[in-house]
Design a protein around this ligand. Structure first.
Ligand code: ADP
Ligand code: MG
Length: 398
C-alpha cells in the first residue's frame, strides 16, 4: 500500500527526520487556508499529490508544465494551485492516462546546496533490508544505477542485528558528510529505519534528501510503501489509504476477499490458487495471448465471490475472453460450476468463456455446466483451455 508525500512526511517528522513545514489541501477553501500559513515574502512550493513520482518533470493534460512548482509568494501559489487541482498529471510513472490531482501540498521552499538519494528497501533476493544511497539525488535513481552504478552505495542490514551506528557512519562517509553532518545524517537514517521497521514498510525513499547552504540536512520528498499483508496491524497506516489512487476493480475485489491485479491484456483469468493463477497466465502468454488480470478466488470461494469475480473481470473494457481454470482440492468443482451458472444469470457474459475443471466432484461440476445452457467451451486440460481461448480471442479480432 502506498501513501502520499504529505502523509509520508508527517510520518518522517514523527520519527525525527527533518522536513519543511507544509499543509495539504483538497478544496479551494483548504488551498487558501494552507497558503495563509506560509509566508508571502518567501518562496512557496506547490506539489501535486499523486501516488507516482517524476511530478517535477511531469506535464498536465492541458499542457500546464510541472507538478512541483517553486513560486514567489501567496498569489503565485494560488495561481499554480488553480492550474493543478482537479487537473490530470502525466509523469514517467503514471502511464499515458496520468492521474487526477485531488490533493495539493504547500510547503516552505528550501535553498538547496546539494541533492542526495536515500532509501531503505526490502531486498527479496537476499532476504535483507538494504540501505541505498547516492550523491546523485533529485533524479531517477534507475538512471543513475544504469549510467553510473559506482555512484550508488548499497549497505545490507541484517534483520537480526538491525541498523547499527557503523552503518550510519559508513553511508555518511560514502556521501561525503563531515563533522556535524555525520551526526545529523545518523539521526535521519536511524529515524528512517525505525519507521521502516516498526510500520512494516517495504520501501522508504527520500529523493531528494538535501543539504542547505548552512549545512542542514532535510528531506524534500518522501515515498513510503507498506506491506499490504501486515497493514491490519497498523490501523494508523490503514487510515492513510487513498482509494482514489487505486484501480476501482482492485478496490472492489478486496471487498470480496479476492486477490485481483489488473493487467494490460485482453484474456481474463479466474483461477483458484495463486500458483495456478500464475501458471495460467504463463501458458496464455506462451501461446501469444495477453492476460487481462491475475485473479485468485482462493481455496474456499462461494457463489457470491465467483459472481463478484465475473463482474469485476467484465467491468474491464479490454477483456475479450475469459479462461476459468479450477483445480478442485479443498474447492469442489460443483460449487464453482454453480458459481459460474449464477454469475452467468447475473451478469451478461458477451465474450467467449472457456472452463477447465479438474479434481474433486469434477463430473458433477461438468454436468451442472452442461445442463445450465450457459454458453461456454469446456476443456479438459490447462493447455487445451488456453489454446481454445487464445484462438477464440484472436479469431474475433479477425
Ligand atoms: P518528484 O520526485 O515527484 O519530481 P520532488 O518532491 O522530488 O517531486 O520535487 C522535484 C524537485 O523539486 C526536487 O528534486 C527539488 O529540486 C525541488 N523541490 C521539491 N521540494 C522543494 C522544496 N521544498 N524546496 C525547494 N525545492 C524543492
Ligand atoms: Mg522526488
Amino acid at each position: 500500500m502506498n501513501i502520499h508525500e504529505y502523509q509520508a512526511k508527517r510520518l518522517l517528522k514523527d520519527f525525527g527526520v527533518p522536513v519543511p513545514r507544509g499543509y495539504a489541501a483538497q478544496t479551494s477553501r483548504e488551498v487558501e487556508t494552507a497558503i495563509s500559513h506560509l509566508s508571502d515574502d518567501e518562496k512557496i512550493v506547490v506539489k501535486a499529490q499523486i501516488h507516482a513520482g517524476g511530478r517535477g518533470k511531469g506535464t498536465f493534460v492541458d499542457g500546464y508544465k510541472g507538478g512541483v512548482k517553486v513560486v514567489d509568494g501567496r498569489d503565485a501559489a494560488l495561481e499554480a494551485a488553480g492550474h493543478m487541482l482537479g487537473n490530470t498529471l502525466v509523469t514517467k510513472q503514471t502511464g499515458p492516462n496520468g492521474r487526477k490531482v485531488q490533493t495539493l501540498y504547500f510547503t516552505e521552499a528550501c535553498e538547496i546546496a546539494h541533492e542526495y538519494y536515500l532509501a531503505i528497501v526490502l531486498d527479496r533476493e537476499t532476504a535483507q533490508s538494504v540501505i541505498i544511497a547516492s550523491t546523485e539525488g533529485g533524479m531517477d535513481i534507475e538512471d543513475v544505477a544504469e549510467k553510473t552504478p559506482e555512484k550508488i552505495v548499497r549497505v545490507p542490514i541484517s534483520p537480526t542485528m538491525g541498523l547499527r551506528h557503523h552503518h550510519c557512519r559508513r553511508v555518511a562517509f560514502e556521501l561525503g558528510f563531515e563533522g556535524d553532518q555525520v551526526k545529523q545524517f545518523a539521526r535521519i537514517l536511524t529515524g528512517l529505519y525505525k519507521l521502516y521497521w516498526e510500520k512494516n514498510a517495504m520501501l522508504v525513499e527520500i529523493n531528494p534528501l538535501i543539504t542547505t547552504p548552512t549545512g542542514d540536512i532535510i528531506a524534500l520528498d518522501a515515498k513510503i510503501s507498506f506491506d499490504g499483508n501486515s497493514i491490519f496491524q497498523h490501523p494508523d497506516i490503514q487510515q492513510l489509504r487513498d482509494l482514489n489512487e487505486e484501480d476501482p476493480k482492485e478496490v472492489e475485489a478486496s471487498k470480496h476477499n479476492l486477490s485481483y491485479i489488473a493487467l494490460d491484456g485482453n484474456i481474463a483469468c479466474l483461477v483458484n490458487g495463486a500458483g495456478l493463477a500464475m501458471a495460467t497466465m504463463d501458458i496464455i502468454k506462451s501461446l501469444g495471448g495477453e492476460p487481462a488480470n491475475f485473479l485468485d478466488v482462493g481455496g474456499g470461494a462461494n457463489e457470491d465471490q465467483v459472481t463478484a469475480a465475473f463482474k469485476i473481470i467484465l467491468s474491464d473494457p479490454n477483456v475479450e475472453g475469459i479462461l476459468v481454470n479450477i483445480f478442485g482440492g479443498i474447492m469442489k468443482c460443483d460449487v464453482i460450476a454453480r458459481g459460474i451458472v449464477a454469475a452467468a444469470k447475473n451478469v451478461d457474459i458477451k465474450v467467449p468463456l472457456v472452463v477447465r475443471l479438474e479434481g474433486t466432484n469434477v463430473e458433477a461440476g461438468k454436468q451442472i455446466l452442461k445442463e445450465s445452457g450457459v454458453a461456454l467451451t469446456p476443456a479438459d486440460s490447462l493447455v487445451h483451455a488456453a489454446e481454445i481461448i487464445t484462438k477464440q480471442v484472436s479469431e474475433q479480432k479477425g
